[in-house]
Design a protein around this ligand. Sequence first.
Ligand code: GDP
Length: 339
Amino acid sequence: MGHVDHGKTSLLDRIRGSSVVSTEEGAITQHIGATLVPIDAITRMGGALSKVSVNVPGLLFIDTPGHHAFTTLRARGGALADMAIVVVDINEGFRPQTIEALQILRNYKTPFVIAANKVDRIPGWRVQQNQPFLKTFAQQNERVQGMLETKVYELVGKLSDLGFNSERFDRVSDFARNICIVPTSAITGEGLPDILIVLIGLAQRYMTESLKVSAEGPGVGTVLEVKEERGLGMTLDLILYDGNLKVGDEIVVAGNDQIIETKVRSLLKPRPMSEILIEERFERVKSVTAAAGIKVAAPKLDGVIAGSPLRVVRGGNREEVIERVRHEVQDIEVNLSDV
Ligand code: GDP
């Protein structure tokens, strides 16, 4: 999340770009509306991680920037994600959308980290490609170091005005008391290993419940986008965050003014870049397991709202599932009106 042009897209691109050959074990893979970065890939980027014991399988980054339904998603994004990165241009400081993002995260009590981005634009900055922050910071002259510190403290001050305690991440010892500010450059990759490590730290600290993602149960997800695709009809781009989803599954989603029950006709993944010449853009799969981004084709999807929950009906609990979806949609509406 963050103000336009502060570097959200570039940061995600840089994380994706660090991928090795996509067939390799532990490689970064592109999902629908999301990018999966397995823990092996994170470890490769951030050497310091080897010192920490990690029980997170990886991170699924939801690609909200530049999304055409971004305005509504931004408000709902807080509910859909376990954690967030708020990107702020360190040279510009907070802008209206930065503040809006922070208010949404506060409403949803979503843990987050601040990427104080574009450090390479600080006058006199000496680039150390892909280096962890402290390594690159040590290579800067005193004036540049001083300038970075001043800018970080400006952010700390602004965050304090909004009721958040924060500190540069390397000085934070308790994630529960302080928001971490990580200086980054999406262009040079500096500070990127650190932001990934802080995210893993936050996950281990706060996500003990959500980390119990089950592969077995009926699928649960959030609709990112509803769109018509040539040859497929109406489709949903879905973030599946629990359980599994299969072709033929009965699903429940929320429409504009009613609950919609339908059946999954097909599940589609993006094709790897290497197969880009193949006519069909998507690859059909029979089932998918959380966490994942997937495209769902099904009848009767007209009117499904972006941000809606999606739940699979399995084992005769149809009424209960419908009631839960109805309830969750009301929750979203209540929370939105608080923002
Ligand atoms: P978004 O609107 O938040 O998604 O921002 P973008 O990722 O599109 O970035 C806006 C502009 O800032 C682009 O021209 C990027 O190349 C540039 N940019 C983003 N991050 C950095 C950075 O860390 N350093 C520098 N020098 N430029 C950046």
